[in-house]
Design a protein around this ligand. Sequence first.
Ligand code: NAD
Length: 268
Amino acid sequence: MFFSFVHTIKVYSIIKKKIMQIRNKIVIITGGANGIGAALARRLASEGAQVVIGDIDGKSGQKLINELNQNYKINAAFVFCDVTNFDHLYQLFDTVQNTFGGIDIVCNNAGIGQFGEFYDQTDNWIKTIDTNLNAVIKGTQLGIQFLKKRGGGVIINTASLAGIYPAKFLPIYSAAKHGVIGFTKSLCELNDTDNIRVNAVAPGFVDTHLVQNISKIMPKIAQSVEKLGLIPMDEVINAYITIIQDDKLMGDTIMIPNKNNSQIISKS
Ligand code: NAD
């Protein structure tokens, strides 16, 4: 596996590690109807978790839920939720609490790209910040509130390599993802009192609608994807599983470098 840790380098000890079991855990995944969130939902459901997807894409979300329930004999559910609407987010958490009796794992994953060059835009960039950063902060705040009722749990925020390096052509997306990592890192004390771990995952390019759409409107991004290659989805999902299972990880970011392991994202 090609993980590297940004905040602290962890030395693993199989003996000391306490593994969190995934079976029967109640998991919320925002943006779980497609892409990385959907792959994570499949993996967690296959290991016996109860997955609830909050997304604005009802058609794909419901289709995925039907697939999960049929394949894994669980009670996965879909809740329509626009993460930029904090009332929706609260309803998502409250519905899961009331339906399943608690929440163990929260994945603040919903995200969008940047709509073209920053220089050409009016205020479209605000939506990128609202979806990719503000919703993660609110989702974490709600996550802490609800996980406390359970005596603890895990929150995973989806960041990006663009949150570690400057992303030349995507300054707004990069600002949001830097925010996600800084925010996550700053919560590193939480585990001491509330038994809640908050960590982030920062992948390079993965073949999803987000990357396909952004490549269509921004040829420079398409060229970068071509040059750097796409990370296999399994590698990304393994990072989430590592965070769920390793109780030593807190305020950390697991970085997953691009396939060809050079940089789109450069400091020059
Ligand atoms: P995707 O477009 O396949 O999936 C994103 C999902 O989020 C979709 O189901 C979409 O309907 C949902 N969504 C969008 N806006 C929403 C909103 N306001 N409320 C609720 N749901 C909403 O893209 P993806 O690549 O799977 O993206 C998932 C996360 O991974 C994002 O946070 C993205 O920034 C991050 N990421 C992606 C890549 C990549 O290369 N694909 C790399 C690094 C990080």
